[in-house]
Design a protein around this ligand. Sequence first.
Ligand SMILES: Cc1cc2nc3c(=O)[nH]c(=O)nc-3n(C[C@H](O)[C@H](O)[C@H](O)COP(=O)(O)OP(=O)(O)OC[C@H]3O[C@@H](n4cnc5c(N)ncnc54)[C@H](O)[C@@H]3O)c2cc1C
Length: 451
Amino acid sequence: MTVSRRNFLAGSALAAAFGPRLASAQAVHPTTWYNWSGHLSCQPAGRYSPGSSSELAEFLRTTSGPVRPVGAGHSFSPLVPTDGHLIVLDRLTGLTGHDARMMQATFGAGTRLGDTGELLESAGQAMFNLPDIDRQTLAGAISTATHGTGIGFQCLSGYVEALELVTAGGEVMEVTRDDTALFDASRVSLGVLGVITSVTFQNRTPYRLKAQNWVQKTEEVLEEFDERAANHRHFEMFPLTHSDYALVLAIDETDEAVNNPPPDPEAEAAFGQAMAYWATLPPKERKPLIDGMAATIEPTSAVDVSHRILTNVRNNRFNEMEYSVPLEAGGECLREILRTIIEAEVDVVFPLEYRYVKRDDTWLGMSSGDEDHAAISIHRTAGADYQPYFELMEPIFLKYGGRPHWGKVHTLKAEQLRSLYPRFDEFSDLRATMDPENRFLNDHLKSVFLG
Ligand SMILES: Cc1cc2nc3c(=O)[nH]c(=O)nc-3n(C[C@H](O)[C@H](O)[C@H](O)COP(=O)(O)OP(=O)(O)OC[C@H]3O[C@@H](n4cnc5c(N)ncnc54)[C@H](O)[C@@H]3O)c2cc1C
């Protein structure tokens, strides 16, 4: 059987759906808010969708009580749930200005990443990098330090040149590089310093990319990782669980003609069913089957404009934990996680994700500071109980100096976070000054900032 890497990822999600599931179904209420994976929900007092930053400022000045800005709800950590008002920026979208000489462009902060590609193309620009998917809003993505892959690329917040922020008290602030402290704090601010209403990005000229996918033994890839990461524009791998193999992805700039065939739905379905069968077997019996299948995956390649190559469609819902560890600890951390999955017979078929992210100057970015980081993700299909798996892995991430992705599942509170982020206390003090009544804090964020 020959299959593509995409089939493997889609199939593993389907297979995991046969794993342990949460006991109770949640009652659906028409006004209930759910996150993308469906495990977080809330019943907000209302949803407020301003038509301008001055309207939003007026709303914040004339109301009291909790508020939470929400983007596309693609975070797995409970950053959004509130019984106060959700602030939704679906009317503050689109390209609002661009500077051809500086290669910068300004968007309404509610713009989805996936809408920026063509808008920027029309302005002769393109983003330097994008994350794995493009459904997030710009404000939501930068607020959690969302990143793509590539040792040469910072998280998206690293490309922010300016932003507009409406504070809890209803003040509209233009934040630029000149205001160093607020600029470096607000570019990754979890929606606790104010509501971001517009963002200006540093971009470049449009370009085409070639993606190459293949399968290789995880240990071999790890040994070559630094060299490959240095030689390719983007390089990452998806180690398979209970297997010696990883799916490998390298992306480089190219002048080749566009050639990006759509996936074959029949092959995807057939492969998903094969994996669903494996998931019925005890984990320790899966290795020969998964290794056998992995060895048959043929290399593939695709060429397209940058934004169509950098992002994917993820139709299968999951929950995720992601930590970044200092680069030199990445390989050992990943090895220990893969070993533990085998030793503890963790019933998971979803591949991991292993990628590098460049250091940046933000206060709370996962790769902020003076070291590049390796980001490692683990996943569990939505509906399955992710807690036992994630609880087993989180101490391993922490042992290697891991910092949690703000938008993904973690259990850290202020005391631990303070030791991981040198600027954490400065950020907390700034937050308390800008939002003295804690309007922007929900229960999760109280545990993050108040301990
Ligand atoms: C399928 C999938 C793939 C993903 N891939 C990646 C990846 O490759 N790399 C990566 O790093 N992450 C990835 N993520 C995580 C995701 O990028 C982040 O969780 C991101 O924050 C989600 O953006 P959102 O628009 O959905 O924001 P939400 O999840 O709705 O909100 C996230 C945070 O932003 C705040 N916020 C939203 N809007 C505003 C605003 N206007 N002003 C101030 N604060 C605001 C919210 O209050 C909250 O704190 C992925 C998530 C999913 C579901």
